[in-house]
Design a binder for this molecule. Structure first.
Ligand code: NAD
Ligand code: UDP
Length: 317
């Protein structure tokens, strides 16, 4: 079972699981996802889709592995759906943990680098406890994921449930939701339309971007390993947001300029995964750098931009 299957990562995970020969029950309430991401699987006999909010109890039948990717994921989305975000990481995760117990399934939690908050340790190792504002605008997401990690770990500790926890760092690629305000989708859209790229603050904050095929490969290696504790999966190549804007302009061959907008509250100043654990435990490391990944995503963004009205979503500064 894959929850959040109609979203960006969930849909790629469904593809990868089917390619490995598994059968997949896809679950999603379509809050931020889109059935278009699964349209190519319509005739696949090993695939079924259930429209379902994971915050309501449900049981689609026997399953041996639950991948939980259901949650608003971008700052624009989780700030718009703050209560739903807190619920999906608590009530939703409890429902799935109970389902995993009932079916003796393994439970895999899609967690996030946001657990580290605005990190004071750099790069971030799994042992770092983080620096999170519990009542700031990002807390609906950060604390929901931190709670989800605690709940998952408690089911392992108290019920001996087999669990995996991946801390995903900024991932991008085809099927990234066009209207969720993430930096790569905003910049690609703006560059392809010849609009100014909106850089928040002075653009000196950093992120480390992982291409989707690398991320899914890491997720599957973790899934089939025995690692019960949180594991970072991300690309350690670190860029300032201004450097990222320049990469996008180069790949799109765009003449767009830069427009500076206010930096949103609590926006992390730096982020880079320490992937020593994934390298040693899973033999995994990313292969695709930012330039290549943007080139691989170009056709997708171009097609989306041609079929979409010109609206760009922003986090309030
Ligand atoms: P996305 O918004 O594209 O996908 C999330 C999916 O979850 C959507 O299809 C949405 O409709 C679904 N969903 C939300 N609430 C639900 C509910 N209550 N019941 C059922 N379905 C629900 O986002 P994404 O980037 O694919 O993220 C997937 C997962 O990976 C999320 O848990 C996110 O926190 C995590 N993650 C993603 C990134 C990234 O860079 N993409 C980074 C860190 C963590
Ligand atoms: N950002 C930006 N312009 C945009 C969207 C985002 O400068 O149009 C910045 C944002 O302030 C953050 C970084 O890009 O520092 C990554 O933002 P995103 O929303 O993609 O993800 P985050 O890592 O903050 O969850």
């Amino acid at each position: 079972m894959v929850t959040g299957a109609a979203g960006f990562l969930g849909s790629h995970l469904c593809d990868a699981l089917l390619a490995e020969g598994h059968s997949v029950i896809a679950v999603d309430n379509l809050l931020t996802g889109n059935l278009r991401n699964l349209a190519h699987l319509k005739r696949e006999t090993r695939f079924s889709f259930l429209e379902q909010d994971i915050c309501s109890p449900f049981d689609p039948g026997t399953t041996d592995y639950i991948f939980d990717f259901a949650s608003p994921a971008s700052p624009v989305d989780y700030m718009e759906h703050g209560i739903e975000t807190l619920q999906v990481g608590s009530i939703g995760v409890f429902n799935l943990l109970e389902l995993a117990r009932k079916h003796r399934a393994t439970f895999f939690l899609a967690s996030t680098s946001e657990c580290y908050g605005d990190p004071l340790e750099h790069p971030q190792k799994e042992t770092y406890w983080g620096h999170v504002n519990p009542v700031g605008p990002r807390s609906v997401y950060d604390e929901s994921k931190r709670f989800a990690e605690a709940a998952t770990t408690a089911y392992r500790r108290y019920h001996k449930l087999d669990v995996r926890i991946v801390r995903i760092f900024n991932t991008y690629g085809p099927r990234l939701q066009m209207n969720d305000g993430r930096v790569i989708s905003n910049f690609m859209k703006q560059a392809l339309r010849g609009e100014d790229l909106t850089v928040y603050g002075d653009g000196s904050q950093t992120r480390s971007f992982c291409y989707v095929s690398d991320e899914v490969e890491g997720i599957l290696r973790l899934a089939w390993s025995k690692a019960q504790e949180p594991t970072n999966i991300g690309n350690p190549g670190e860029f300032t947001i201004l450097e990222c804007a320049k990469e996008v302009l180069a790949v799109t061959k765009s003449k767009s300029g830069i427009q500076y907008l206010p930096l949103p509250q609590d926006d992390p100043k730096q982020r880079r995964p320490d992937i020593t654990k994934a390298r040693t435990l899973l033999g995994w490391e990313p292969k695709i750098d930012l330039r290549q990944g943007l080139e691989l995503s170009l056709d997708y963004f171009r097609t989306e931009v041609e079929s979409e009205p010109s609206v760009t979503h922003h986090v309030a500064g």
